[in-house]
Design a binder for this molecule. Structure first.
Ligand code: ADP
Ligand code: TYD
Length: 205
């Protein structure tokens, strides 16, 4: 059965579209971070400021448990949509790792970046399955932040800087060639975005 993931920066509109698509297709809608025990610990770790490596490990552990459930749904003949999956860890935690390196005056060149990126990819391999399609709802950071309002602990300035890097990482992942991505412009109205997303989904299902 079909497994589709939705990705994008906070406020891109991906949850709205994921919900509408799941309803239209009669697919199960699920999301990360989950409400399970590791997902709850992850929220505590974020509040404590445990840092991006602990976050990467916990997001991935949460995903391992989530994937067991996704596999069961797929095996029972249901289509599944996940609002965020492993590309979130690569895009967000790689951005945080970069900010950490720059804060500590460490170098962040192509070689170092690729080592961290591949660490995240490899760690996620046993914790995930490859989606049939990943929809990246791409929006510029200003538009997304205006939609998201002031969620989370970061100031708007900190959030803007992080999300610029996250967006860059997502666009690079979409070009990587290892996964089946469709990049959709998320800056138009909901109906327009939904129509384009549905077109991509009909192509694979
Ligand atoms: P995300 O899951 O990416 O953080 P949401 O789907 O929660 O984003 O959307 C954030 C806010 O933006 C919500 O209030 C939602 O109604 C609104 N929104 C979503 N998509 C669009 C769109 N294409 N145009 C205008 N507003 C949107
Ligand atoms: P989410 O609840 O989906 O928030 P939003 O609706 O704003 O997208 O995700 C919570 C935050 O967790 C969001 O800022 C993205 C982040 N996140 C990671 O940093 N890594 C991950 O692996 C996942 C799944 C989420």
């Amino acid at each position: 059965m079909t497994f589709i993931t939705f990705e994008g920066i906070d406020g891109s509109g991906k949850s709205t579209i994921a919900r509408m698509v799941a309803e239209k297709k009669g697919y199960i809608l699920t999301a990360e971070p989950t409400e399970g025990p590791v997902g709850m610990e992850l929220r505590r770790a974020t509040e404590r400021g445990d840092g991006c490596i602990v976050e990467a490990l916990l997001f991935t552990a949460d995903r391992y448990n989530h994937t067991e459930r996704i596999k069961e749904w797929l095996a029972s003949g249901k289509g599944v949509i996940s609002d965020r999956y492993f590309h979130s860890t690569i895009a967000y935690q790689l951005a945080e790792l970069r900010q950490r390196a720059e804060r500590e005056g460490e170098e962040w060149d192509g070689g170092i970046k690729n080592r961290w990126k591949e660490w995240l990819v490899e760690m996620n391999r046993p914790a995930s399955i490859t989606p049939d399609l990943t929809i990246l709802i791409d929006a510029d950071v200003e538009t997304a932040l205006a939609r998201a309002g002031n969620r989370g602990q970061l100031s708007n300035f900190e959030k803007k800087e992080l999300l610029e890097l996250v967006r860059e990482n997502y666009l690079e992942l979409a070009e990587d060639g290892r996964w089946n991505f469709a990049v959709i412009d998320g800056t138009e109205g909901i109906d327009g975005v939904l129509e384009k997303v549905m077109r991509e989904i009909e192509r694979i299902s």
